[in-house]
Design a protein around this ligand. Structure first.
Ligand code: SAM
Length: 293
C-alpha cells in the first residue's frame, strides 16, 4: 500500500503513468492526510462494515477505508486510473475496484452480488464514503435516496455551497429541492469545512464534509413519487406564489382545484414554495391525493 496523500506523490504517480487530471470528471485529489483521518472518523468504521466508495481516484481515501472496514467496493469511472489504483490499494485490505458510472449503478444489486447476499436490499446495511466529483453530487444523492438503497450512513465531501443546501431550513436562500429530499430521508450534519488548498489540483471552490444518517422519514407520505413532484413544482418558479407555481407546473390541474387542495392543507396559497417545511409538503401531497380520489 502506498501513501498517496501528498502533492509530490500525486504529481509523480500521474506523470510516471503519463496521466493528467481530468477536470471534466471532477478529478481533484486529496493531499492532506488529516482530512482523510477526519472523514474516516466520521464514517465510524469497524471490521463488520461494507463500504461503497464513489470515485476512488488514486486511492488515498480507499486505502484508509480498507484499513478500518471489512470490505470496500470502489466505483471509478475513469478506466485509465484503474491500474494505478490497484497498485496503491494493494495490501491495504479487502478492496474490490469496479469500473463504472456511479449514476448508472444499482448499488443494492452490486453489493448483493459482491458480498454473496450479506449486504444490500433485504440484507445487511452498508455505508457510502466519498470525496464526490462535484458535477454529479445532486443527481447522485437524489438518486441514491429515492432508490432507498439499504444504507445506514453516507459521509461525503461536497462543494461548500452544496453542503449549505443539504442542511438548509425553510425560508432561507439555500433551501430547495435537494434540501427537502435529503432531509426527508436523512439526518444531515455538516461536519467541517475543507479549504481548496488540500486538493491537487486545487479547485475553484471550498468544500465541506457532510454526514447523512439514513432513517425512516419523519413525515412519511404514501405516495413518494407525487410528493417529490409537488416539491419540484413548488420550487419551480421562486418568484411566484405557491398557487401559481403549482398551477403552471405541468400537473395538469386547474388553479381552482389547487386552491382547494391548499385550503384543505391549511396552507396560504399566497406563500412562496420555498417557505414550506417538510410536514407541509407532506400534508399538501396527502390532500392532493384525497381530492384526486
Ligand atoms: N477519492 C479521490 C480522492 O479523494 O483523492 C478522488 C476524488 S475526485 C474529487 C472524484 C473522483 O470521482 C475521480 O477519481 C473521478 O474520476 C471519479 N468520478 C467522476 N465521475 C464519476 C462517476 N460518474 N462515477 C464514478 N466515479 C466518478
Amino acid at each position: 500500500m502506498k501513501e498517496v496523500a501528498s502533492p509530490a506523490v500525486v504529481r509523480d504517480l500521474l506523470s510516471r503513468n503519463k496521466l493528467s487530471c481530468r477536470k471534466s470528471l471532477g478529478q481533484n485529489f486529496l493531499i492532506d492526510s488529516n482530512i482523510i483521518n477526519k472523514i474516516i472518523e466520521a464514517a465510524d468504521l469497524s471490521a463488520g462494515d461494507l463500504v461503497v466508495e464513489i470515485g476512488p481516484g488514486l486511492g488515498a481515501l480507499t486505502a484508509r477505508i480498507a484499513r478500518s472496514a471489512g470490505k470496500v467496493l470502489a466505483v471509478e469511472v475513469d478506466r485509465g486510473l484503474l491500474p494505478l489504483l490497484a497498485e496503491v490499494v494493494e495490501g491495504a485490505g479487502d478492496v474490490e475496484i469496479i469500473h463504472g458510472n456511479a449514476l448508472e449503478i444499482d448499488f443494492d444489486n452490486l453489493v448483493l452480488i459482491k458480498t454473496g447476499g450479506r449486504f444490500g436490499r433485504g440484507s445487511g446495511q452498508y455505508k457510502l464514503v466519498a470525496n464526490l466529483p462535484y458535477y454529479i453530487t445532486s443527481p447522485l444523492l437524489i438518486n441514491i435516496l429515492q432508490e432507498r438503497y439499504n444504507l445506514s450512513r453516507m459521509v461525503v465531501m461536497v462543494q461548500s455551497e452544496v453542503a449549505d443546501r443539504l442542511g438548509a431550513a425553510p425560508g432561507t436562500k439555500d433551501y430547495g429541492v435537494l434540501s427537502v429530499i435529503v432531509q426527508y430521508f436523512t439526518d444531515v450534519k455538516v461536519l467541517f469545512r475543507v479549504p481548496r488548498t488540500v486538493f491537487y489540483p486545487s479547485p475553484a471552490v471550498d468544500s465541506a464534509v457532510v454526514r447523512l444518517i439514513l432513517r425512516p422519514p419523519l413525515e412519511p407520505v404514501q405516495d413518494e413519487k407525487t410528493f417529490f413532484k409537488v416539491v419540484r413544482a413548488a420550487f419551480g418558479k421562486r418568484r411566484k406564489t405557491l398557487l401559481n407555481s403549482l398551477t403552471d407546473s405541468g400537473f395538469g390541474i386547474e388553479k381552482e382545484v389547487w386552491r382547494a387542495v391548499l385550503e384543505s392543507s391549511a396552507i396560504d396559497p399566497g406563500r412562496r414554495g420555498e417557505t414550506l417545511c417538510l410536514a407541509e409538503f407532506a400534508r399538501l401531497t396527502g390532500c392532493l391525493r384525497e381530492i384526486q380520489g
